[in-house]
Design a protein around this ligand. Structure first.
Ligand SMILES: Cc1ncc(COP(=O)(O)O)c(C=O)c1O
Length: 319
């Protein structure tokens, strides 16, 4: 963690004004390394595709790339960031329920991994690649199923719906198209859902994928590190990175651990908040402190929207 004292803050303030963010890149780097290592200790073929949308400050995206992680993107704008940072195309995974039809062909030709979200998107891809019969293309498919959290996620194909089987058939019938991986993402971070989503993902792959895929993405939905005063404000248990790894990775190890390493599918997790949630601080000059009835009130030169734009009820205090 950044070692803060008043002198340092005053110096920064001289340059940046009355309110500014501090980015703790060391914390981010350590989080990335620790999270991946916890998973790799049990299933070595794990990697991280960092969810750009969570926080795409280029410095963070660059660190991910330096550490061998991938870029998980959902928009053209995020692609532009990845391109500017010279992230290799093979290290970019494009999820997201909307992919601009005019850019899709360009991204496919670049060799970016596209995980399709609907049959409409697959049809677009089929039309695009029909113009390149001599080239081979590969895509992934986003899978959706019930993980018992009471939420119907909007991401991907319902694996029990006819569109899912139809998409798999369409892919296998397209001569220059291959399915290389399967993806899922569920927003809930409750660790109780992780054995369920992992098992269902592995069962889906077993049932519908002919052979061993190159990758299986387990998505995001992992809690980050928190101070005890923040943890107690959640109504679910806040697990450590290791606890997530311990419910996910043994299932992968059991399924694929006997295979030679090069044949094992890469298992991606796509953390956003789990990596970056504790890496930024907002610093602000305090203008006045007063007491109104029994309440202490400090007026600062920053806004609540700078740290809590959705105005959730969680209170972030310095430890
Ligand atoms: C496909 C995908 N992966 C990863 C994430 C990151 O989620 P989290 O911040 O919960 O790890 C999201 C967030 O919505 C997402 O949609």
């Amino acid at each position: 963690m950044i070692n803060l004292n008043l002198n340092i803050l005053k110096k920064i303030s001289e340059q940046y004004g009355d309110a500014f963010y501090l980015l703790d890149t060391e914390q981010f780097r350590n989080n990335f390394i620790e999270l991946r290592e916890e998973f790799q200790k049990i299933y070595l073929k794990t990697n991280i595709a960092y969810s750009y949308k969570t926080n795409y400050i280029p410095r963070l995206c660059k660190i991910v790339n330096e550490l061998g992680g991938y870029a998980e993107i959902v928009s053209e704008m995020e692609y532009e960031i990845a391109k500017k940072l010279e992230i290799p195309s093979q290290h970019i995974i494009f999820n997201g329920p909307y992919k601009n039809p005019e850019k899709l062909g360009f991204l496919l030709l670049k060799g970016i991994t596209i995980n399709i979200d609907s049959i409409q998107e697959l049809n677009l891809i089929k039309n695009i690649i029909a113009d390149y019969p001599e080239r081979q293309f590969s895509i992934g498919i986003r899978c959706n199923f019930n993980i018992g959290d009471g939420v119907i996620s909007r991401f991907g194909f319902d694996v029990e719906d006819k569109d899912f089987s139809k998409a798999l058939t369409l892919i296998s019938e397209t001569p220059n198209l291959r399915l290389k991986g399967m993806h899922s993402h569920f927003a809930t971070r409750d660790i109780k859902t992780w054995p369920i989503r992992t098992k269902k993902m592995l069962e889906t792959v077993q049932q519908y994928y002919d052979g061993i895929p190159e990758y299986i993405c387990q998505g995001g939905g992992i809690y980050g590190k928190m101070d005890p005063q923040l943890k107690v404000q959640f109504d679910t248990y806040i697990p450590s990175y290791r606890e997530y790894a311990e419910v996910v990775c043994p299932l992968y190890q059991k399924q694929y651990g006997e295979l030679p390493l090069e044949k094992q599918p890469t298992m991606f997790i796509e953390p956003g908040s789990a990596l970056v949630g504790d890496c930024m601080k907002l610093v602000s000059r305090v203008i006045s402190i007063k007491k109104v009835q029994s309440k202490d009130i400090a007026t600062v030169l920053a806004s609540i929207y700078n740290i809590n734009p959705t105005l959730n009820k969680k209170i972030h205090l310095l430890p």
